[in-house]
Structures are given as structure tokens and as C-alpha cells.
Design a protein around this ligand. Structure first.
Ligand code: AMP
Ligand code: TRP
Length: 328
């Protein structure tokens, strides 16, 4: 039986953090053997917010290097840059014409992002979910491994695919969201009521995959908690719950085991144990990133091969959509 296909994307808009890693990338890496995998650095999405062109080019390559350092294995997965395949914006236009203003208007990420980027609220930012739907639908994707924040965008992708298939004929596979049970929404260390994000300003907000052990320890020690003492999983204690969830993913222990291990111990001891676990998990990634980054030609070759491999799938779907809607 052939393997199901997964597709996912990540924007080259800043350093990747523990939220990106635990919500998305680690799951891509861990399930590479189970699926046929397509992963994409979505640089066209990145220009919905203001980017310096030279920096964008650099960050696109750096992110590709980081994904390889995290364990994306090109023998098992295709990795490519979104803007290398013209069918993404082309299909996005056809989808645009099949998404109502009302549905697009409901997207909460647009509201958040337009508040954060109030000087540049452009049409592309509004339309962002149509391009994301095109990314997914072009590849006849079965599953989309993402963090919780992408759930609404995925619902839109499913809806437009269902509508198109119904109105014009069978064209797209309907993709299923793949959202992890733990780690789907990693919260900011300095403010556990907001999700960890690349753009937040606080020096202790996010742990980046390239942070040094000293930075990781400092950020975890400073992480906001509460005035209670017991180290237990309690969703009402958002700061501690977030830290415990991170600990749980890296140690693969059950909640009971973790609570037992920290019985009678305080925040200080737990935070040091957590910092150790995070430092050791990220160390090989950082080392591999440094090694790979010295081989820009190798990364470029991988990306070119990745695009060449997946392009025929995108072309076929796009041609079909064009024909069905009467453009050829
Ligand atoms: P982005 O950085 O917005 O391109 O996100 C890349 C992937 O990381 C997407 O699958 C997001 O859902 C996921 N992600 C981003 N922030 C978080 C977070 N704080 N917790 C869990 N997943 C996240
Ligand atoms: N919108 C996603 C994010 O901000 C990134 C993305 C773009 C994506 N296209 C995608 C994720 C296709 C999954 C599938 O995180």
C-alpha cells in the first residue's frame, strides 16, 4: 500500500523557536518513515509582512539548513522553496475566486497580524490563507502537520477544496489536520497567556533552537510561574503547565511519572532539570546547523532537487483545476 502524503510549511521570518519545533518540525522529523513527505520554506508567505530583500534571501536558506539540522532527511522527504514553483500563486488566484469575503474575514490570524503590522496591512496578508490552501491542495495532500494556530486556515483549505470539487468536478484531495496532543501551542515563557512567537520582543519570551546553553538556562530560570509550590500538571497554572508540557515531550515520560519525580521539590529544581533536558535536545541541532551552514552549495542543491521532484505534482493539479474551471 502506498504511503499517505503529508505537506507542511514554515515561514523564513525569524529564528525558529521551541513552539515551531514542538508544534511542527519535530513531528515532521519523527514521522518521516510513515509518510511521503513534502516540506516547504514558504517565502512567498513571508512577504505579507515587511521584509528586507537580502535578509529574506538569507533567512530562506538558513531556515532550510535548520530544517535539515533538525533531522529532515532528504532520502525520505522533499524540501523546497515555495517561490520556486509558480503554480502556488497561480492556484491561489483560482482559489481566491472561490472563497467568500465572509469566510476570509473570519480568519483570526489576519486580525492579530494586522494589529501587529498596522503600518503595512496589505491585501496579501488578508489573502494569506488562500496561498496556504494552494500550497496544500496542489500536492493532493492527505495530512498537514501543524500547530494549533493553523487549524482555522486548514479548515478554510478544506472548505474551498470541497466547494471546488462540488462546483467544477473532482480536483483536490481533502486534507486532514495533524495537530499534536502535546506541544500544539507552546506559550511564551515570559507570558504564558500568549503563544510563543518569532516576533515577540521580550528577551525571555522564546527559546530559539540556536540559543546557547547559558541562554536556555537563563530564560527557563526567568520563566513566569506562580506563587504555588507543587509541581503538578494543572491547566489553570499556565506558566508551569507550559514548562511541564515541554519537559514531557522531551523526556517521553507520563504526567504521573513526572509529578512523582518532582514530589516535594520546588520550581528551582524543576527548572534546572528542564533546562538540562532542553539543552541536551537542542545541542546536536545547533552543532549540525553550524556544520551545514558552511555548505551553502549543498543546501542549494537539495532545494533545487526537492523542487524538481515535486513540481510535476503541482503542475498536474494546477492544469486540472484550470481545465475544470474553463481557463483552458
Ligand atoms: P510559522 O513560524 O508561523 O511559519 O509556523 C510554523 C509552524 O510552527 C506552524 O505549523 C505553526 O502552527 C507552528 N507554531 C508556531 N508557533 C507555535 C507555538 N507557539 N506552539 C506550537 N506550534 C507553533
Ligand atoms: N501559515 C503557516 C504558518 O504561519 C505556514 C504555512 C504556509 C503552511 N503554507 C502552509 C503550513 C501549508 C502548512 C501547510 O505557520
Amino acid at each position: 500500500m502506498s504511503k499517505k502524503r503529508v505537506f507542511s510549511g514554515i515561514q523564513p521570518t525569524g529564528q525558529i523557536h521551541l513552539g515551531n519545533y514542538l508544534g511542527a518540525v519535530k513531528n515532521w522529523v519523527d514521522s518521516q518513515d510513515d509518510y511521503e513527505n513534502i516540506f516547504c520554506v514558504v517565502n512567498s508567505h513571508a512577504i505579507t509582512t515587511t521584509q528586507n530583500p537580502q535578509e529574506l534571501r538569507e533567512k530562506t536558506f538558513e531556515l532550510a539548513g535548520m530544517l535539515l539540522a533538525c533531522g529532515i532527511d532528504v532520502k525520505k522527504s522533499n524540501l523546497f522553496i515555495q517561490s520556486e514553483i509558480d503554480e502556488h500563486p497561480a492556484l491561489s488566484w483560482i482559489l481566491d475566486c472561490n472563497i467568500s469575503m465572509g469566510e476570509m474575514n473570519r480568519m483570526t490570524q489576519f486580525k492579530d497580524k494586522s494589529l501587529k503590522n498596522s503600518k503595512n496591512v496589505n491585501v496579501g496578508l488578508f489573502n494569506y490563507p488562500a496561498l496556504m490552501a494552494a500550497d496544500i491542495l496542489l500536492y493532493q495532500t492527505d495530512g498537514v502537520p501543524v500547530g494549533e494556530d493553523q487549524k482555522q486556515h486548514l479548515e478554510l483549505a478544506r472548505n474551498v477544496a470541497i466547494k471546488f470539487n462540488r462546483d467544477f468536478g473532482e480536483c483536490f484531495k481533502i486534507p486532514e489536520p495533524m495537530i499534536p496532543k502535546v506541544g500544539a501551542r507552546v506559550m511564551g515563557l515570559d507570558d504564558p497567556d500568549t503563544k510563543m512567537s518569532k516576533s515577540a520582543k521580550g528577551a525571555n519570551h522564546a527559546i530559539f533552537l540556536l540559543d546557547t546553553p547559558e541562554e536556555i538556562l537563563r530564560k527557563i530560570k526567568k520563566a513566569a510561574t506562580d506563587s504555588q509550590t507543587a509541581i503538578v500538571f494543572d491547566e489553570n497554572r499556565a506558566g508551569l503547565y507550559n514548562l511541564l508540557s515541554i519537559y514531557q515531550i522531551f523526556t517521553h515520560q507520563s504526567k504521573d511519572e513526572i509529578e512523582k519525580d518532582f514530589e516535594g521539590k520546588g520550581y528551582g529544581e524543576f527548572k534546572i532539570a528542564l533546562a538540562d533536558v532542553v539543552i541536551e535536545a537542542l545541542r546536536p541541532i545547533r552543532q549540525e546547523y553550524v556544520r551545514l551552514n558552511a555548505e551553502k552549495g549543498y543546501i542549494a542543491k537539495i532545494l533545487a532537487e526537492g523542487a524538481d521532484k515535486v513540481r510535476p505534482i503541482a503542475r498536474e493539479t494546477y492544469q486540472k483545476a484550470k481545465e475544470l474551471i474553463g481557463l483552458i
